[in-house]
Design a protein around this ligand. Structure first.
Ligand SMILES: NC(=O)c1ccc[n+]([C@@H]2O[C@H](COP(=O)([O-])OP(=O)(O)OC[C@H]3O[C@@H](n4cnc5c(N)ncnc54)[C@H](OP(=O)(O)O)[C@@H]3O)[C@@H](O)[C@H]2O)c1
Length: 286
């Protein structure tokens, strides 16, 4: 199949493209400069069978007016433009499926475990961005199957989080973040890639799916399992005030998180290869 992908140079897309190419698919990257021209998007997307939307400026950075604007625009406007371009294509040139990234940051960080039916949404900056990001594809032509993945923290050997944490934990100076009691909804990159394959192949798949591993853990548990798999201690704590100094408002991304369950994927028969943090980190640190 001919598959167009935005955010093609990113961590998720690199892993996805590797597997798609092995499977014989043709990849058409949507460069970030093309995301803001509906004419250019129409040319790129015409005749593709699948469109996968993975673009977005990094979220974990100090939030200024400028960076907030970039975080929002690269998701909301870019998605709106892709949808407008798809809707404008003649029927025989439209893709069959549009898959877009979303994030679990849409959910409030109360004590609920959110399945897809939860309507308890966050009303902070990220919550609003993610809601608008999802809404940006709501008026996609009904001829095109729409799949939205609310993704948890993606772990993999080449994930930035892991690359930043591994050296620290290997030195034995790793530790939990803040109280360590905040939920840690993770997903292994290969489960994420498989879920995208599953959505492409499974014609019944449509709508919103939570994409985090079935096991619910907190930051303390993640810290403990990572340290154990490296055979190192993890007695330190990264203090909340230090993160607030470093990241300002964006420190909330590390200090609080919703608890999420991938209810629909489980109900519809998707099988996670790394349903638990232990096997996930064993693969990553092997
Ligand atoms: N990784 C996670 O844990 C996670 C969790 C939940 C949701 N997500 C979402 O999934 C998507 C992909 O994540 P990722 O981890 O692969 O992110 P990533 O490695 O940061 O890659 C995102 C890609 O988006 C494009 N991009 C960056 N800044 C941009 C801008 N200002 N305007 C337009 N495009 C821009 C770039 O692709 P090009 O260089 O090809 O243009 C970049 O490689 C993102 O939207 C992210 O928010 C990720």
């Amino acid at each position: 199949m001919k598959i167009a992908i935005s955010g093609a140079n990113g961590f998720i897309a690199r892993n996805l493209i590797e597997k798609l190419e092995i499977s014989g698919h043709q990849i058409v990257p949507i460069g970030r400069n093309k995301l803001y021209s509906i004419e250019e998007l129409s040319v790129i997307l015409s005749g593709t069978e699948v469109v996968i939307n993975l673009a977005g400026a990094p979220i974990l950075q100090r939030w200024t007016e400028k960076s907030k604007n970039e975080i929002a625009k690269s998701r909301i406007i870019a998605t709106q433009n892709i949808v407008k371009a798809i809707n404008g294509l003649p029927e025989n040139k439209k893709p069959q499926i549009f898959i877009t990234a979303s994030a679990i940051g849409i959910y409030s960080t109360n004590t609920i475990t959110h399945s897809e039916s939860s309507t308890s949404f966050a009303n902070d900056f990220i919550g609003e961005v993610v809601k608008n990001w999802e809404n940006a594809s709501l008026n996609l032509s009904p001829k095109v199957r729409r799949v939205v993945f609310r993704i948890g923290l993606v772990l993999g050997k080449d994930a930035q989080t892991i690359q930043k944490l591994l050296p620290v934990f290997k030195m034995g100076i790793g530790g939990k973040i803040g109280s360590g009691e905040q939920p840690f909804p993770f997903v292994h990159i290969s489960d994420l890639v498989n879920a995208i394959f599953w959505a492409i192949q499974n014609e019944k798949a449509r709508g919103i799916y939570n994409l985090s591993a079935p096991e619910n853990i907190d930051n303390k548990t993640f810290t403990c399992v990572l340290a154990k798999s490296l055979k190192r201690p993890a007695v330190f704590t990264v203090p909340a005030f230090g993160l607030k100094l470093l990241y300002g408002e964006a420190a909330s991304l590390l200090l609080q998180s919703p608890q999420v369950t991938p209810q629909r994927l489980l109900d519809e028969g998707f099988v996670f290869h790394f349903p638990e943090i232990k096997s996930c980190l064993a693969e990553i640190t092997s």
